[in-house]
Every structure is written in structure tokens, then in C-alpha cells.
Write a protein that binds this ligand. Structure first.
Ligand SMILES: [Zn+2]
Length: 216
């Protein structure tokens, strides 16, 4: 990432502390390996494949945390342009509207302005990945049985951030010169969720045309 772009990302006030992997743990090693494979000229399609002998849950865990950190930053770059006035609904064009639901305040799917939806979404994911019962950090502590199910939900919700950003705020991304960065992140995400089959195909519909052009 260029210095200019870094500044764009860092100036954001909604920047959240990153969830990090502890050095020395197996997951940290896996995280490093996943990162290293993304260096120059990388084939993203190959980079997302589960390495031989690695545990699927570990592989998904490092990617979920990594995607959350990166997508959170991407939304952070445009969040000042995503307001209740510009985006009174959390939508992806006229055809798709997302409703928020959780176990707390919104027990029924509820239509919300995009910035409010995004905040709830990022907070909710942050709670999940910082929950030791779901994302254990100690060596030898197993993942819960429903781990992949939870990760699927996280990834499905993260995809909606891409949908909203691409359809409603991509002009800003271009003005900031972050287009290539966002596209690479999207491609990486798309290859990952389709390679490991961790997203419902109908979720991908809103960006289908773009994806066909971008990902081969
Ligand atoms: Zn918006």
C-alpha cells in the first residue's frame, strides 16, 4: 500500500483496533503464511486454497479476522460520505435492501439507514471474533461445533459491505485512488468464499455482473 493511501486509511476516526494473532501460536504462523502468499504477482485464486495438512477451521479463522480488518478500513474511508441522508436504507441499488437482525435490540429484521446498519454489523463481528469461546486463541482449545456456521454469517455480512460500497460509494473510492486496493480485497474475498463454499450463492447476486468481469 502506498504511503498516501495509508494516510487515507489511518485518518479515519472510526478505525477500530485490529484483532491480532499472538506471535508463536500456530494460527499466527498460518496468518503470516497467508499474508506472505499475497505478495507481488500473486495468484489470489491459488492463495486461498487450504494448504495441505492445515486445519480448515484455522484457515477460515485467520481469513475471517483478516477480511474484517481490511473491509472495516475500506468502509472507514468512505463512512463520512455514507450518512442517513445519502443512504436512508442499507441497500445495494434499487433491487437489494438489507435488514438488520440480532439477539439484542433488533429481534425482527429491521430496515435501518446504512451507517447505522454498518455500525451494528462491525460491532457484531468484533464481538464474535473477540469471543474466546468462538475464536479461541490458546493452543489446544478447540473451535466450537458451530464455528463454520458463525463464520459463514460473518462473511455474508461482510459481503454486504462490499455491495453497499461498490454500488453507492465507488465514486469516492476512485477519487481517493483506492480503487485497485478495494478491487484486490474484493477479489481475494470472493475467491476465498467460493473456494471454501462458505457463502450462500444468492448473497453474491448484487455484484454478479461486476464479479464476472473482475474474477476469472
Ligand atoms: Zn452509504
Amino acid at each position: 500500500m502506498s504511503i498516501a493511501l495509508k494516510q487515507v486509511f489511518n485518518k479515519d476516526k472510526t478505525f477500530r483496533p485490529k484483532r491480532k494473532f499472538e506471535p508463536g501460536t500456530q494460527r499466527f504462523e498460518l496468518h503470516k503464511r497467508a499474508q506472505a502468499s499475497l505478495n507481488s504477482g500473486v495468484d489470489l485464486k491459488a492463495a486461498v486454497q487450504l494448504p495441505n495438512g492445515e486445519d480448515l477451521n484455522d484457515w477460515v479463522a485467520v481469513h475471517v479476522v483478516d477480511f474484517f480488518n481490511r473491509i472495516n478500513l475500506i468502509y472507514g474511508t468512505i463512512c463520512e460520505f455514507c450518512t442517513e441522508r445519502t443512504c436512508p436504507m442499507m441497500s445495494g441499488g434499487p433491487k437489494y435492501e438489507y435488514r438488520w437482525q440480532d439477539d439484542l435490540k433488533y429481534k425482527k429484521p429491521t430496515a435501518l439507514p446504512a451507517p447505522q446498519y454498518m455500525n451494528l454489523l462491525m460491532d457484531w463481528i468484533e464481538v464474535q471474533i473477540n469471543n474466546e469461546d468462538i475464536f479461541p486463541t490458546s493452543v489446544g482449545v478447540p473451535f466450537p461445533k458451530n464455528f463454520l456456521q458463525i463464520c459463514k454469517k460473518i462473511l455474508c455480512r461482510l459481503f454486504r459491505v462490499f455491495v453497499h460500497v461498490y454500488i453507492h460509494h465507488f465514486d469516492r473510492i476512485i477519487i481517493m485512488g483506492a480503487e485497485a486496493h478495494v478491487n484486490t480485497c474484493y477479489k481475494h474475498f470472493y475467491y476465498f468464499v467460493t473456494e471454501l463454499n462458505v457463502i450462500d450463492r444468492k448473497e453474491l447476486e448484487p455484484l454478479k455482473e461486476m464479479t464476472t468481469r473482475m474474477c476469472h
